[in-house]
Write a protein of this length. Structure first.
Length: 264
């Protein structure tokens, strides 16, 4: 039923996104490093055990959190994502749009996260308002989004992004939608220069590349385990910084923890 009403969704995401990602996520240095940062964020910021992963795709992040002892429910509109998440062993999955699920839960969820989801939403304010409606009065959220519009490229367009963010922009947006930021940092700091050189600079000379499955696998170092391990090792200091709740001054992604301060 949900698949038949896709044109009504408020999400811009490639049709094959979950399928392509599922093939490489377990081997990707990017997903593995992000998951390490997110689990440490949950521990350092005393997140409750019950947690909603909104738009969690194939469950690669839900699995990391589940393995860390959290009771994660993955909420995902795409049937392919739900099927892949169940193959991964995610114990609790719900196929639903955020709008439908927020109406069902209606202020009873203690915590939620959405990881590289909000950039796919044209009306990000309305999205956060629905997140607000999910949560208990003191509910917690954690989110990641791509950082810095200066890194915008054709890659963002092909991935279905509407924008990239900065931490100050997110802080203002969250305040408007009933949240107070309690921790904020950038991460993937060592990826900033390579991303600008590989994506942004060529476009200044009129060179644009299709974001093919092979290109995605190469960028994530999927199938190149030695290089992937090296990159994760070089970025491991970020995990330690986040564990200590320190702020990393720049990077290709934003990471935010916030608490609900008022209902909408």
């Amino acid at each position: 039923m949900i698949e038949e009403n896709r044109e009504k969704w408020l999400v811009s995401y490639p049709d094959d996104g979950n399928s392509v990602c599922f093939e490489m996520e377990d081997m990707s240095f990017w997903y593995q490093h992000r998951n390490g940062c997110l689990v440490e964020t949950m521990k350092a910021n005393d997140f409750p055990q019950d947690f909603l992963d909104i738009g969690g795709g194939n469950g690669i992040t839900a699995l990391a959190m589940q393995n860390a002892g959290y009771n994660v429910t993955l909420v995902e509109p795409y049937a392919t994502g739900i099927e892949n998440a169940r193959k991964r062993g995610i114990r609790s999955t719900i196929q639903s749009t955020l709008e439908e699920y927020a109406a069902q839960v209606n202020g009873t969820a203690p915590a939620a996260g959405f990881f590289d989801v909000m950039e796919h939403i044209e009306d990000d304010k309305a999205f956060l308002e629905n997140i607000n409606r999910l949560l208990t009065p003191d509910g917690r959220i954690m989110l990641t989004v791509p950082a810095f519009q200066s890194l915008w490229s054709e890659n963002d367009v092909q991935l279905g992004h509407f924008r990239r963010y900065t931490l100050p922009q997110l802080t203002v947006l969250l305040a408007k939608t009933g949240f107070k930021v309690t921790y904020a940092t950038y991460f993937f700091s060592l990826v900033w220069a390579p991303m600008w050189l590989a994506r942004v600079l060529p476009e200044k000379f009129g060179i644009k590349k299709d974001n093919t499955p092979d290109k995605k696998r190469n960028e994530h170092m999927a199938g190149r385990p030695t290089t992937a391990r090296l990159l994760r090792g070089l970025l491991s200091w970020e995990v330690n910084a986040i564990r200590k709740k320190k702020k990393i001054p720049f990077g290709t992604s934003c990471l935010i923890v916030a608490q609900k301060t008022r209902a909408l």
